[in-house]
Design a protein around this ligand. Structure first.
Ligand SMILES: NC(=O)C1=CN([C@@H]2O[C@H](COP(=O)(O)OP(=O)(O)OC[C@H]3O[C@@H](n4cnc5c(N)ncnc54)[C@H](OP(=O)(O)O)[C@@H]3O)[C@@H](O)[C@H]2O)C=CC1
Ligand SMILES: O=C(O)C1=N[C@H](C(=O)O)C[C@H](O)C1
Length: 241
């Protein structure tokens, strides 16, 4: 486990130790030697967007399959990762912006609904210690909504805004506006708002504790060795991809 003393890392270590078919080889956190992971078949990474690429390079060049929850992946990073995997055949990688099963379903439902509404916006709400904004989940949801809209040949969303304060309309991801709230007491939450003719559909997901990520992580750990190449999104292991 990389990021073993982090908020999610401690939960993953607990879940692996409780699983009869898995063995926790090493718990590595900041400033611990990564070589402690040698001999592991799979490495789970919940660290920080600034360090995850170095971690992945170590894993892939040492023949270890990474299962990654850390956020911060864009197309450039994914392309680099695909190159490393091509140079190291037999090593696979799973990257999931969200390991919560309900969160994966929320994203899936949003992409199914998107073609039926002229407007779509995302509000993500997280604890104030979160490293990145917007969240990986929000970015991924926006990409899925944008893809569904393109496939349905929908045009731009209605928005007549021409003046105002910078940032008031949030960040744009693939043409979808994303608003990030950081508030004490929150964990991880998201609302997808879909607006049509006299109707609004809201799809909401709430993370109530960080143990909620562990069933998805363990599924990834069990499946990554037999899932060739790079897989982005837990939905592919749930038959939804
Ligand atoms: N995909 C998913 O389902 C989820 C993804 N996440 C993502 O996972 C990441 C971690 O989240 P969270 O657990 O809340 O963060 P935390 O900051 O609580 O945990 C990260 C841990 O990694 C440690 N760390 C930093 N650098 C290294 C390194 N080079 N090697 C090993 N360990 C290191 C940190 O140490 P230190 O504190 O000393 O810097 C810390 O203990 C974030 O990107 C977050 O967005 C979170 C929840 C679910
Ligand atoms: O940092 C977090 O806490 C979370 N990060 C992931 C993200 O950025 O989407 C998943 C979840 O939202 C919790």
């Amino acid at each position: 486990m990389l990021g073993a003393r982090g908020r999610v890392g401690v939960e993953v270590c607990r879940a692996v130790e409780a699983a009869e078919d898995l063995e926790l080889v090493a718990e590595v956190d900041k400033d611990d030697p990564i070589e402690a992971l040698e001999g592991a078949e799979v490495v789970v990474d919940f660290t920080h967007p600034d360090v995850v690429m170095d971690n992945l390079h170590w894993c892939i060049t040492h023949g270890v399959h990474p299962v990654v929850g850390t956020t911060g992946f864009d197309e450039a990073r994914l392309a680099k990762l695909r190159g490393w995997l091509a140079d190291n055949p037999g090593v696979n990688a799973l990257i999931a912006p969200n390991f919560g099963i309900a969160a994966v379903l929320m994203m899936h439902f949003a992409s199914i609904a998107a073609p039926y509404f002229e407007s779509a916006e995302i509000v993500e709400l997280h604890h104030p210690n979160k490293a990145d904004a917007p969240s990986g989940t929000a970015r991924r949801t926006a990409e899925l909504i944008a893809r569904a809209r393109r496939e349905a040949a929908l045009g731009a969303m209605p928005d007549a805004t021409s003046t105002g304060l910078a940032g008031a309309r949030g960040a744009e991801v693939d043409g979808v506006h994303v608003h990030a709230v950081r508030l004490s007491s929150l964990i991880a939450h998201q609302e997808v708002l879909l607006g049509g003719e006299g109707e609004i559909l809201t799809i909401r997901h709430d993370t109530m504790n960080r143990a909620s990520f562990t069933p998805g992580v363990l599924l990834g750990v069990r499946k990554v060795r037999e899932t060739p190449g790079l897989t982005v999104g837990l939905e592919h292991l749930l038959g939804l991809g």
